[in-house]
Design a protein around this ligand. Structure first.
Ligand code: FO1
Length: 319
């Protein structure tokens, strides 16, 4: 039998690990990731696409293992110069990583689309799979800050870009709302809807449901295309034992009125996926997950080694 076509809805770190497992068990030429661009930003006149770059660097084996973002073996001389001038330094761009943003920005100036530049970058890193930005149009995740003990009073009610929340404020401030600026006018990137329609298996990566998967679904047509494939879609919970493995998914779920457990994830994903992979740590909640109308699959889901990532990929593909 020929290998299955696999399409993965992807954010950053969790999706990168899931994809590194999938490409161990399926020919990468059969794998497509539809990637969130709501985290993208413009800084120093440069176009930066953190989730696309995190996936690219991870699959190239060049991700910085300490941070989970940026390149390994970085130096920071350009940032030191920016700091000397009093420029923006809260978003760390290493010297090697900067080359990616310089290239992307130049190609935009020449008229290339994000889809085209991404293909050029992934080819240059020797990746065999296809990364598709969910849209070539401008889509930005915007976060409204709520009252909290840690933040300055002037932050309350302020709407900031995703990275100003996530990196500048270290996602330490409460949030009262999230919206996706530009989504209503955005069109799915070329091949995005076909990649959903043609896949034998669709996977919702263990990415943040609110700020990684939701912006992908906010692009008109994508949610509908996914719902049409519900019977072939498996989600992987980004929440294990009530906590996010990385980042603020647990806090964001609670702050926005959801339950930060696999049951809360099941409630969000039941309309979209037939099955939800939950970790052994949550086996006691399997019945409650099933009661939400999504079939629980209990597996080791914390991808701390390549072997665990490959085993999880086999589980997800088997469905
Ligand atoms: N995350 C940080 O916590 N601090 C940083 O300074 C930072 C810089 C950065 C530069 C390039 C890049 O591709 C990612 C970067 N990230 C940084 C990670 C990233 O912004 C977030 O982890 C994701 O957007 C969340 O998915």
């Amino acid at each position: 039998m020929s290998e299955p076509l696999v399409t993965v809805l992807a954010g950053g770190v969790g999706a990168a690990r899931m994809l590194s497992g999938i490409v161990q068990v399926v020919d990468p030429a059969n794998v497509t990731a539809i990637v969130n661009v709501g985290d993208d930003l413009e800084l120093h006149g440069l176009r930066i696409s953190p989730d696309l770059d995190t996936i690219t660097y991870t699959l190239a084996g060049e991700i910085n293992p300490e941070t989970g973002w940026g390149l390994r073996g970085e130096s920071w001389q350009a940032m030191e110069s920016v700091k000397r001038y009093g420029g923006i330094s809260w978003f760390g761009l290493g010297d090697r990583d900067l080359g990616t943003h310089l290239y992307r920005t130049q190609r935009f100036a020449e008229g290339a689309t994000l889809t085209e530049v991404t293909a050029e970058i992934t080819d240059a890193w020797g990746l065999g799979l296809r990364l598709l930005p969910v849209t070539d149009d401008r889509l930005r995740t915007m976060v409204t800050l709520a009252p909290g003990v840690d933040g300055p009073p002037e932050d309350v009610g302020l709407e900031v870009g995703f990275q100003e929340y996530f990196v500048q404020r270290r996602h330490g401030v409460p949030v009262s709302a999230v919206r996706f600026d530009g989504a209503a006018a955005a069109a799915p990137g070329p091949d995005v809807l076909d990649a959903l329609a043609d896949a034998d298996r669709v996977v919702l990566a263990p990415s943040n449901p609110i700020v990684s998967i939701d912006p992908v679904l906010a692009v008109p047509g994508v949610r509908e295309a996914l719902i049409a494939r519900r019977g072939d879609t498996v989600a992987v919970s980004p929440i294990v034992a009530g906590s996010a493995l990385k980042g603020p998914a647990d806090r964001l779920l609670t702050e926005l009125g959801h339950e930060a457990t696999v049951v809360g994830v099941a409630r969000l994903y039941a309309p979209l996926a037939e099955a939800l992979v939950i970790d052994h740590a949550d086996v006691d909640l399997a019945d409650a997950v099933a009661a939400e109308g999504i079939r629980p699959i209990v597996a080791e889901s914390v991808m701390s080694t390549p072997e665990i990532a490959a085993a999880l990929a086999r589980t997800v593909l088997a469905g």
